[in-house]
Design a protein around this ligand. Structure first.
Ligand SMILES: [Zn+2]
Ligand SMILES: [Zn+2]
Length: 188
């Protein structure tokens, strides 16, 4: 099979930083292995990640046993970044594309997925079925790199990521080892 030319150009570190939720209101910034993209997947360098209203509840253990199913876990699902590696059988995306992700990926073949209601996939949480809910049941975006299926991507214009939210939204504040401005955060 043809090796994707663009993959050769990208130097991706073998280790990456990720904010691991290790228990209720406990977390650690750790170096872990950078994932490899499988068929239909890409690696995206996370360049902006926002805190969803759900995230603090997950940190506080409000959905323990479901979100996350077990610890340690990587949460975070409101993100944007740049594709740095493209897996096999992945079409329409290239290294350098700037993208933002929708966190749900249905199994693709249950009754609800077949009618476009993939967010209520009958195989919810069953990773073997192909279902993913990034930042909930599958590793999320509080990390340098996110491994993600391409099906749910939306590609934004390049300038989108360069904009910062107006300072009136909120003052900069540290959150769980991340620093940032407004609603946008940067992995440090
Ligand atoms: Zn959200
Ligand atoms: Zn489904």
């Amino acid at each position: 099979m043809r090796e994707k030319e663009e993959n050769k150009m990208a130097a991706i570190p073998k280790k990456m930083k990720a904010l691991l939720l290790t228990g209720i209101e406990t977390f650690e910034l750790r170096e872990i292995d950078t994932p490899e993209p499988g068929p239909g997947e890409v690696l995206a360098k996370v360049e902006a990640v926002a805190i969803c209203g759900t995230d603090p509840k997950i940190v506080k253990g409000a959905f323990k046993g479901l979100w996350p199913k077990s610890y340690p876990a990587i949460i975070g699902h409101e993100w944007a970044g740049t594709i740095v590696k493209v897996g096999s059988e992945t079409f329409g995306f290239s290294v350098g594309d700037r993208v933002a992700g929708e966190p749900h990926k249905g199994c693709g073949y249950c009754r609800n997925c077949m009618t476009g209601r993939y967010n209520i996939c009958e195989n919810y949480g069953n990773l073997e079925s192909g279902h993913r809910h990034y930042g909930f049941t599958a590793p999320g975006a509080y990390a340098n790199i996110l491994r993600v299926q391409v099906e749910q991507f939306i590609i934004f214009p390049i300038n989108f990521l360069l904009k910062k939210p107006p300072m009136s939204i909120q003052q900069p504040q540290p959150f769980m080892g991340l620093k940032g401005e407004g609603l946008f955060l940067e992995i440090v």
